[in-house]
Design a protein around this ligand. Structure first.
Ligand code: NAD
Length: 348
């Protein structure tokens, strides 16, 4: 059963299952590729319904990290880890134990934040291993990667708008954001600065109400109704697989451009997206800002200028992807994977 999944979700170099019952630590590290450099990718903590669900998630996410790093031009491989646990109950001891497992891999895998883990958690991991990024700024780290992910999402949205709507400004465009978490809130602020009209949603009402209190011009939409919102850009910034044949029927947008990983339920869904003349910005390209920031941190000397230059370049990468996709009649994700694969093969 385990090997069936491993075969199905890509040719990973190494998959490590770890368990430390004394601190309730149970999880998986998946190293997909170290061809371009150490496998860097965040640690997701989630109360997965089953071990199979956790395994499939880490396999897909780690493969995505390889493509993400390669498409963004980073000298870095792809990996990811998942911890099967409810983040509400996390403890410093759990992260220190996790750090010891990471350390045993001698730098083949470097971790960072993801859903359910924070900058503070990285500090505890650092007590057991140097192979951790996204550390607090006071410890010389780059801090929370979310604002950088939001920046690359903004840059990518501009590339999509330039390609599809033939305009260089986002002013007055309607954007619907699904998920007002770490990334969603930063993205919403940046979009308001650009003069966009925003509709926002989250499963936790408190999050949208808090944002509206500071920015009364935004429209709150119930999280089950966000797919029906008339908009120029639909921006998934919550969890994966939200774009599927059912939700696609409801979308009233020209562009899908958001930060969430694995937005499409299956690759076939992108065929329907193209049939509907919606422009889709491949998730692993547009949301690379966070990984760019932790990559620069992992090299030892953090340079904000380098991070900004690399994030700005996502505009050109996406414009190239959209042009090839249109010219060759291929899905944008396939074009992005071709670009990433080419870089990896050149290094082999
Ligand atoms: P987060 O957990 O802080 O935020 C996610 C938000 O989505 C939460 O507020 C949650 O309540 C909400 N949500 C969940 N299901 C929803 C639904 N059905 N409808 C509306 N809202 C819903 O996570 P984050 O760090 O903001 O990341 C968001 C997404 O971006 C994730 O898919 C993550 O993997 C991806 N991503 C994040 C980063 C980063 O730097 N944080 C980097 C790359 C990719």
């Amino acid at each position: 059963m385990v090997f069936e999944h491993i075969e199905r979700y890509g040719d990973h170099e190494q998959i490590v299952f770890f368990h430390e019952p004394s601190v309730n630590l149970k999880g998986i590290i998946a190293i997909h590729s170290t061809t371009l450099g150490p496998a860097l990718g965040g640690c997701r903590m989630w109360p997965y319904a089953s071990e199979k669900e956790a395994l499939v998630d880490v396999l897909k996410l780690s493969r995505g990290m390889t493509y993400k790093a390669a498409a963004a031009g980073l000298e870095q491989g792809g990996g990811k880890s998942v911890i099967i646990y409810d983040p509400k109950n996390k403890t410093p001891e759990l992260f220190k134990a996790f750090g010891r497992f990471i350390n045993s891999l001698n730098g083949a895998y470097i971790t960072a934040e993801d859903v359910g883990t924070s900058v503070e958690d990285m500090r505890y991991i650092r007590e057991s291993t140097p192979f951790v990024t996204g550390l607090p700024e006071k410890l010389g780290g780059s801090g929370d990667p979310s604002p950088f992910t939001a920046q690359s999402t903004l840059v990518g949205m501009k590339a999509a708008v330039a390609h599809k709507l033939k305009q260089n400004s986002l002013k007055d465009l309607k954007v619907a954001i699904q998920g007002m978490g770490h990334v969603g809130v930063y993205l919403a602020k940046y979009l308001l600065e650009e003069g966009c009209q925003l509709s926002i949603s989250d499963i936790f009402e408190k999050k949208v109400l808090q944002f509206k209190e500071k920015h009364p011009q935004v429209k709150i939409v119930h999280h089950e109704k966000i797919y029906d919102e008339e908009c120029d850009v639909f921006s998934p910034c919550a969890l994966g697989a939200v774009i599927n044949p059912k939700t696609l029927k409801r979308l009233k947008c020209s562009i899908i451009a958001g930060a969430a990983n694995n937005q499409l339920d299956t690759s076939e869904t992108e065929d329907i997206i193209r049939e509907r003349s919606i422009l889709y910005a491949p998730d692993f390209v547009i949301n690379a800002g966070g990984v760019i920031s932790v990559f620069v941190e992992s090299k030892g000397r953090y340079s904000k200028e380098e991070v900004q230059d690399r994030i700005s370049n996502i505009y050109n990468v996406l414009k190239e992807i959209f042009s090839i996709s249109e010219k060759d009649g291929k899905n944008a994700t396939d074009v992005a994977i071709d670009i990433a694969d080419k870089r990896i093969k050149e290094k082999c």
